[in-house]
Structures are given as C-alpha cells and as structure tokens.
Design a protein around this ligand. Structure first.
Ligand SMILES: *Cc1c(COP(=O)(O)O)cnc(C)c1O
Length: 379
C-alpha cells in the first residue's frame, strides 16, 4: 500500500512510480528552470543514454541504443511507425490479431482505407493466443507486414512472440511488436522483430507522456517520413520532397516533456539494476494468486487460464454489475485502484470487464482485499 493508503492494482493502466523516479523528474524540472531547458537536457544526456542502453538490453540481443527514438507513448509511436513503413502503394497485406490494441487497430484501419490494405487475422485459439500449428499453414510469406501486441491490455494472455518472430523471419516478412503491456512484466528478449513500440507508465513504472520506438539495425533506412518536422527531416537540395534524417532520427518527435524521458530513463536503469527475472516471477505469482482468490468473488469470473504468464487479470461481471461503476466504488469505498475496460476498447471483447494488475510492489493480501471487496459490493 502506498502512503496515501491506496491499494494499487492497476499496473496495466499506470503503475506506481518509485520515489526515486519521481524525484529524478522533479530535479530535472528544477534544473530546467535554473539552468535553461536546453542546457538541462544536455546535462541529462548521460542519464538519457543509460536509459536507452537499458532499454536496448531488454529488447536484445539484436537491438542497439542508437536504433531507439523516444516518443510520446506507444500509440503515437505506432502511428508514426506505420505512417513511415514502406507498404505497397495498393493491395498490401498485413497480418494482425483480434486482440490488437484499440488505437493501433484504428491506425491500421485508416491505413487500410487509404492504401487498400488487407488486414488478415492470424489464427488464434479461443483465448486469443496465436495458434502456432495453424500459423505454419497460414502462408506468412504472402504478407507484407505482421503486427501484434506481445501482451494485450484486455486479456490475460502472452503471445508466443519469439516463436512468431522466428516464423516471420523464416518467411521473410517484417514484424512489428507492441511491447507497451509486456516490457517489464514478461521476457521481451529474443523476439527478433524489426521494430518495437512501447510506453513508460505501465510495467516499467515510468511517468506518463513518454514511450519509444526501437528499430533493428538496417530497418530505419527503409522507412519514409510520417510527420515531417525540423526534428526528423530536412529540405531536399533540389526542392523536392523533404528527406528523412539518417537512422531512427527520422521517427523523432522533437518537442516533448524531457522530464518524462528522464523519469523513464531512471525507471529503466532501476529496473535493469534490480533482478528482472525475479520481478517477472513475482508479478506472475501475484497474478496466479489473484486468479485463485478472485474467481467467483461476488459472482465475478476470471476470464483467463489460472496459470497464464500475464500479470493481467480480467474479470467478467455477474449479471447486472457494471465494471466502471464497480471500479469507482472500489476506489471510493475500499481505496482499491483497478480499471474498467469498455467493450468498445478492442475487437475481441464481447462485454465490459474489470481489470486487476499487481506489480512487484504489491502483496498477495492486496488481491485478497480486492476479492473481499468484490464479494461485499455484490450484495
Ligand atoms: C497501453 C497500451 C498501448 C498504448 O500506449 P500509450 O502509451 O497509451 O499510447 C498500446 N498497446 C498496448 C498493448 C497497450 O496496453
């Protein structure tokens, strides 16, 4: 429990940052005021670089810090990346999954409408996990791109990302993996994707308003420009179309809250210096405990397998219960922070859900209290 007496069970929405991360941001904001914002950013160069190095190691082994650009968040990074991706002028095919994040899906549908793209669902089992046996007969080699979230935000599953990555590489199809919901809670190394997008505030415990796009070596030079600015492009000498800056800088966004980046860099370094396998194991163990005590509490039903490796627990409401109203009541009456997921959030939802997600700072008793509160509010 934090000092404010709130039980945080919403790492999948926005985790609790450590006091050191909050202080790193506050110190940076003071430096901006005292030294000048651009000077402060230069002074923070080593901190920011250390964050990129920690991030590259988490996505490794084939990722380089020079292939990563800070962004405003995972959705903005995904939109920028798709806008710059070299898809066929008409009739391209993109492999997707039903559990794609809502904002990414809107980006894909907008691209599809504009460029006559076909969005083809990869084969999945009833839980939404990609079915590798059926994927082998799917014909990945007819696709121009595959995109999927390693961990979706509205289902407690983990995609077999490394196995999908191997199959995409064998078929010669580029792969973009959204690690917004997986980085920090499951292993993200060894996927071998061409590009990754991610965010700060979830399992990495960074601040809001920061994220990143990471490219494997050689990918950047194939990309175009999504939203040209002085920060990612230059005017062509011959007066033609603007030219992208070399490397991943072509996806750069320029103006941003540098304090948020400093906070994320601090959180990344702290995460790497901790014991990531132990943190991930603790998150999985808390989720397993949570599923055990929550299933059936007050009539709420856990939707995923009890032993899923995801830290996300989703709960289907009993008849007549409204997840959003329940979330509000839990916070107001029991001081328990959860989130509600509306049915419109993703294509694979057939109704609204309540979501609980414990981080390593939680204790099993936090989930016991949620179960007790759900049992109490249903009566
Ligand atoms: C939260 C989330 C995003 C979006 O991240 P933002 O930083 O809010 O843009 C994208 N994909 C998944 C799977 C997410 O859970």
């Amino acid at each position: 429990m934090g000092e404010a007496g709130i039980i945080h069970l919403d790492a999948a929405g926005a985790a609790r940052p450590s006091p050191a991360t909050v202080e790193a941001q506050a110190a940076f904001l003071r430096a901006e005021g005292e030294h000048g914002a651009y000077v402060a950013e230069l002074e923070a160069a080593d901190t920011l670089r250390a964050g990129l190095e920690a991030l590259a190691a988490l996505l490794g082994p084939d990722l380089d810090p020079d292939g990563i650009a800070w962004h405003h968040g995972a959705s903005a990074a995904f939109a920028t990346l798709l806008g710059a991706w070299p898809l066929p002028a008409r009739g391209g095919r993109v492999g997707v999954v039903p559990s794609e994040y809502g904002s990414n899906r809107l980006v894909l549908e907008a691209c599809a409408a504009r460029a006559g793209l076909d969005l083809l669902d990869l084969p999945v089992d009833p839980a939404g996990t990609v079915d590798l046996d059926r994927l082998d007969g799917f014909g990945l080699d007819r696709l121009d791109l595959v995109v999927f979230p390693q961990v979706p935000s509205q289902r407690g599953i983990v995609q077999p990302a490394a196995e999908i990555g191997r199959r995409c590489a064998a078929a010669g199809v580029p792969l973009v993996v959204d690690v917004a919901q997986s980085l920090g809670q499951v292993d993200t190394t060894g996927i071998g994707a061409d590009a990754y997008v991610g965010t700060s505030r979830k399992w990495l415990r960074g601040p809001r308003g920061a994220g990143f796009v990471a490219l494997r070596a050689g990918v950047a030079d194939r990309l175009g420009l999504a939203a040209p600015s002085l920060h990612n492009a230059r005017r062509a000498a011959d007066g033609g179309a603007p030219e992208p800056l070399p490397g991943v800088a072509r996806l750069g966004v320029g103006e941003a809250s540098v304090a948020a980046r400093v906070g994320l860099a601090r959180a990344l370094v702290a995460y790497a210096a901790d014991d990531p396998p132990a943190l991930r194991a603790r998150i999985a163990a808390l989720a397993a405990h949570g599923r055990r005590v929550l299933d059936g509490a007050g009539g709420w039903q856990v939707r995923e397998e009890a032993d899923s490796a995801s830290g996300i627990i989703t709960l289907r409401p009993p008849p007549g219960a409204d997840p959003a109203a329940t979330r509000d009541r839990l916070y107001r009456d029991a001081r328990i922070l959860t989130s509600a997921i509306p049915a419109a959030r993703a294509r694979d939802l057939d109704g609204p859900l309540l979501r609980a997600s414990a981080h390593a700072y939680n204790d099993p008793t936090d989930l016991d209290r949620l179960a007790a509160a759900l049992a109490a509010t249903s009566t």
